[in-house]
Design a protein around this ligand. Structure first.
Ligand code: LFR
Length: 468
């Protein structure tokens, strides 16, 4: 059997370490460790507890070695856009602020006064989101001037976690594109944009592509484990890793379904036009120099928040059962900014329904029904937009990631879009992370082959649209 590798995949609500190995064109995976992630309040900001995440990664690695595993490489992916600022001693200046923190509201217009949104989009191909790193940096600079003065380096979350493992600094490309500071044309940091915003170029480390090796883990860790383990860059943006594992044959639409639903197609070149900007489509960097032409849809965040508001009294499965029993028909536009970080998700949904003059949800099942049907409706309008913007027709939608376990939502997606829906794999992100490590080690020859391996190795379920 060939050597194994470790994928660390951390999302907004949980993280995991998954060990993978290849045997006869089949990928075997084993979950080694799983932990919670959540936003915490600090100094008036919503932050991530990055030290906790680092410790959980070490715990996971130790568990793997204690089980007798000897992974040859490890790669980390997380959500995008957030970063750690380091001082000249390479110490973090503060905990990373979470992208849902509302601090950027105050600076968006100022940034656009210097760089109109049309221009920013033309340069980067990246969608407008109030949490893009570009706005976060403008906010940081303005709101924390003393701290900003001390900032020597900026590392995005996975780059920082890689730095803690190896002592080496680099910026992995797929995630770097989500900063909205990378030129779509050159694939390099856009120095003109940085100058206009007064952000020093020296903050940003050298760019590296998925599949490149960052280096071995620090000596003290090598000594502890008794072997050399290399950090190999996966697509460090979780969505880049997930899309890498989408078992697409020919062409298909994907939905990477988790806290967000990222719906789109893979392209060889960025698709940048007035229309794609107006529909808020992005061109994030992908593995093997592809572009992820996709749209952010609010996703399961909405039900996660409703579940939290009911003090976790109902499981996600129970919400689905209650939703089926509810008769509520109202559909909301899930992409309204009010759903990004509302004080109360239930109130935000109610407001949106009553503004439309439609029936308002009251019971848990009503909220769940409204959320799942509204997501499916948004998938349907997004698929239409994708077809109009690319001039292609798509027959299939691959739903990948944790949200693909929601069978009712998969069926609703088929019904609302009129397309065939194929769900799985559930751990697409960790799988895509592993595939890139195996491509780097020449155990798999290409992304296309990797997708075949994925299709061979995991059970996929097909949903057909119901008549009528
Ligand atoms: C999904 C994701 C999305 C990104 C959002 C914020 O986990 O990475 O792709 O837009 O989180 O980082």
């Amino acid at each position: 059997m060939s050597s194994s590798s470790l994928a660390v995949d951390i999302g907004a609500s949980s993280g995991r370490l998954i060990l993978g190995s290849l045997e006869n064109n089949t990928l075997n995976t084993k979950e080694i460790h799983r932990f919670e992630n959540k936003m915490i309040q600090e100094n008036g900001y919503e932050c991530w507890d990055i030290e906790h995440l680092h410790q959980e990664i070490l715990t996971g690695i130790r568990k793997a070695f204690a089980m007798g595993e000897r992974p040859a490489s490890i790669g980390i992916d997380t959500w995008a856009v957030d970063y750690v600022l380091l001082d000249k001693e390479n110490q973090p200046l503060m905990k990373p602020i979470a992208y849902r923190d509302q601090r950027t509201k105050a600076v968006i217009e100022e940034v656009h006064a210097l760089l109109p949104q049309e221009e920013l989009y033309r340069r980067t191909g990246i969608q407008y989101q109030p949490f893009n790193t570009i706005y976060q940096l403008a906010a940081h600079k303005k709101q924390e001037p003393e701290l900003w003065e001390k900032a020597e380096k900026l590392l995005l979350i996975p780059d920082y976690l890689h730095f803690l493992l190896t002592g080496r600094q680099a910026a992995e490309y797929t995630n770097a594109t989500t900063t909205q500071l990378i030129s779509a044309e050159t694939g390099e940091w856009d120095k003109g944009t940085l100058d206009t915003l007064g952000i020093p170029h020296t903050l940003f480390p050298e760019l590296r592509k998925p599949g490149e090796t960052l280096g071995p883990v620090k000596e003290e860790l090598q000594e502890e484990f008794g072997v050399e383990m290399n950090v190999v860059f996966p697509g460090t943006h979780d969505t880049a890793s997930a899309v890498a594992a989408a078992p697409i044959k020919d062409k298909a639409v994907y939905i990477s379904s988790g806290t967000w639903s990222l719906m789109g197609v893979e392209e060889k070149e960025p698709v940048i036009s007035k229309e794609t900007r107006e529909k808020n489509f992005t061109n994030e960097g992908g593995v093997e120099n592809r572009f992820r032409f996709l749209k952010n849809i609010m996703g399961l965040w909405m039900i996660q928040e409703v579940k939290r508001e009911y003090n976790d009294k109902y499981s996600f499965a129970e919400f689905v059962e209650l939703a089926k029993e509810s008769a509520l028909d109202t559909i909301v536009n899930v992409n309204e900014e009010r759903f990004l970080r509302p004080e109360s998700m239930k109130e935000a949904i109610k407001e949106s329904c009553s503004e439309q003059g439609e029936e308002v949800p009251e019971e848990p099942g009503d909220f769940a029904r409204c959320i799942f049907r509204s997501l499916a409706a948004s998938y349907a309008s997004t698929v239409n937009e994708i077809e109009a913007l690319t001039g292609e027709q798509y027959e299939r939608i691959h739903v990948i990631g944790g949200g693909s376990q929601n069978q009712w939502l998969n069926q609703l997606t088929a019904d609302f879009t009129g397309k065939q829906v194929i769900s799985g794999p559930v751990e697409a992100t960790a799988i895509g992370n592993l595939l890139v490590q195996f491509i780097a080690q020449k155990q798999i020859s290409s992304l296309e082959k990797g997708r075949e391996v994925t299709a061979n190795s995991f059970s996929l379920v097909t949903y057909l649209p119901e008549e009528g």
